[in-house]
Each structure stands twice: as structure tokens, then as C-alpha cells.
Write a protein that binds this ligand. Structure first.
Ligand code: MEV
Length: 312
């Protein structure tokens, strides 16, 4: 019998996290780590042993409300029948701001539509996956499911997404190190907003600097000036440190990457924990990897995914 598979990328925030909450631009990139979903004929089941996820429509077992929302939406819009068995695997670290839940929703939507014989239009995949994101997150920006659906590098500013025109070179990579420190994005964001209110005059200038920095970085990416992009990432890290979201552990990872020759290194996402990213030329990747391993961490080396969700 027929089986269809789809994959969708995770993402990193390259620049502008936190500042984006107050309307400044941020840059995100889809990266080559994927959630992959395969669908064959079955009895209305979506599962992932790896992610501990199960929807069994025949017995009303649902431990993931977001994916249930995807199935409901597809049934309502396209008359999706309960004749599928979807299995999900993912390479994207969970709970680290890399858009794992969005990539799962995007790839599942794409695969279920394909299985049902409906051409999986990207706009539809985006809309349906955003419904899932609304279940997972209180006020989702849409950054995660947008990057996972469309791929590439995008600027997000006040609800609007624009693709950054780039031919990202094969010899500039992104190294990701997960600190393994868990934190709640919501409470980190709340702390930052409190600091903003307490030091608003100083903070408004830091936020303006972040905005300038992102605009400069867009040009650097468009013109292929990755040495400059690296420096701008370092400056961005300094600004994130100044708003209170760094930590001793994150600093040690950032400096390990810089010492090993990264063009730039910074916190990515909410901070306090989560991931650090480095912009690294191919020739320096082995030394950066070695340094991170010496800290007891397992680095991931990725490139930009330009395509977004697709058949696998
Ligand atoms: C978290 O990945 C990104 C933040 O800017 C929060 C947000 O934009 O919702 C810290």
C-alpha cells in the first residue's frame, strides 16, 4: 500500500530575540535539522515513540492537542478521513527554541494532505500549522511555522515576514550547542520586560541599537559579508547580556566558540539556558566542535534550509 513522507526544518533565531517583543526586527533561519512524517493506510493514528506522542482517534486517545487541532482542521477543510497512520521522527532538539513543535505540525499537515490526495499548498500548510502553534503557545509570533513552511532566512517585524535575499555560501556553517539548562521562555521574557520598565531610558537606547544592528546584519547577509555578520552577532550577544539573559554557562559556551575561531557566537532564543549558536567557517568547524565537546556538550552543525517543507 501507498506511503507518503514529508519533512520540515527547525529554526534558529540569528539576531534580535527579546528586542522583537517590543517591535524591533529579528532574523530567523530555517536549518537542516528535520521533523519527518510518514503516512500510510491505517485507523486514524498519529504517533511518535521518540517524542512520546499519540493520537489514536479510534479509542479517543489524544496526548497532543496541537496535532489533534491539525487533524480537526484538515477534516473540516478537506474532509480528511480517519484512514491514516502517521509516524513522526525528529532530529530537532525539543524545548530549546528550535521550533520542534512547529516542524512537527508543518510536516504532519503536509504529509496528511499528500496522503489524502490534496496538493499541499504552502499557504494552507502555514495556516493549519499556525492553528497548532496557537494551541502550544499563548501568543505565537508565527516565526517557527513560517520558517518551517517556507525555509530560508527571514526578517520578522511587527507581524510581517520578509525573506532575506541570500545565496548563503556552503562554507559558512552554524554550530549549535544546547546548554541543557531548562528555563521558561515566558518568565525570562517577563524579567526582561520588568528590567525595561525599571531602566526605560537606558533600555530604549539598547533596543534602538538592537534594531540598527539587525538592519546592518540584513545587508551583511545580502552582500555575503559573513565576517561582519559574525561581529554583529557578538555585539547582539553583548546587548542580550545587558538585558539580563546571559549566564556563566552560556558565556563559557560563547567564548569556547570564539576561542576556537568562530566568526561570531551568541545566545539564540530566550537565554538563561537553551542554545548558543556560532557562525563558523568550514575550516574552523573541527576546532569549534572539539572545544564544545570539551565542555561536555554535543554540538550540532547545520546549514540554512532554503526550501522549507517538502516531500521526503
Ligand atoms: C524566544 O525564542 C524568542 C523571544 O524573543 C521571545 C519571543 O519572541 O516570543 C525571547
Amino acid at each position: 500500500s501507498r506511503m507518503v513522507c514529508s519533512l520540515a526544518p527547525g529554526k534558529v533565531i540569528l539576531l534580535g530575540e527579546h528586542f522583537v517583543v517590543k517591535g524591533m526586527p529579528a532574523i530567523g533561519a530555517a536549518v537542516t535539522l528535520y521533523a519527518r512524517v510518514c503516512v500510510s493506510r491505517g485507523q486514524g493514528r498519529v504517533e511518535s515513540r521518540q517524542l512520546g506522542l499519540l493520537l489514536d482517534l479510534s479509542s479517543n486517545t489524544v496526548n497532543d492537542k496541537g496535532l489533534y487541532r491539525v487533524v480537526e482542521e484538515l477534516a473540516g477543510r478537506f474532509g480528511l478521513k480517519r484512514d491514516f497512520h502517521a509516524t513522526i521522527d525528529s532530529e530537532i532538539p525539543i524545548s530549546s527554541g528550535m521550533g520542534s513543535s512547529a516542524a512537527v505540525a508543518v510536516s504532519t499537515t503536509h504529509a496528511l494532505l499528500s496522503f489524502a490526495g490534496v496538493e499541499p499548498d504552502k499557504k494552507v500548510v502555514w495556516e493549519v500549522s499556525f492553528e497548532a502553534e496557537k494551541v502550544y503557545h499563548v501568543r505565537p509570533s508565527g516565526v517557527d511555522n513560517t520558517l518551517s513552511t517556507y525555509g530560508g532566512v527571514m526578517v520578522y517585524e511587527r507581524g510581517v515576514f520578509n525573506r532575506v535575499k541570500t545565496r548563503w555560501p556552503d562554507d559558512v556553517l552554524i554550530v549549535i550547542a544546547d546548554s541543557g539548562v531548562k528555563r521558561s521562555t515566558g518568565s525570562v521574557v517577563a524579567d526582561v520586560l520588568n528590567r525595561y520598565d525599571k531602566y526605560s531610558k537606558v533600555m530604549s537606547r539598547i533596543y534602538d541599537a538592537a534594531s540598527e544592528l539587525v538592519r546592518d546584519a540584513i545587508k551583511s547577509i545580502e552582500t555575503g559579508d559573513f565576517a561582519r555578520l559574525g561581529e554583529l552577532m557578538n555585539i547582539n550577544h553583548g546587548l542580550l547580556s545587558s538585558i539580563g539573559v546571559s549566564s556563566r554557562v552560556l558565556e563559557s559556551i560563547v567564548w569556547a566558540m570564539r576561542d576556537a575561531g568562530a566568526l561570531g557566537a551568541k545566545i539564540s532564543g530566550a537565554g538563561r539556558g537553551g542554545i548558543v549558536i556560532g557562525l563558523v567557517e568550514t575550516s574552523k568547524v573541527p576546532s569549534v566542535i572539539e572545544k564544545i565537546k570539551s565542555l561536555g556538550l554535543a554540538p550540532l552543525v547545520v546549514q540554512i534550509d532554503d526550501e522549507g517543507v517538502r516531500r521526503a
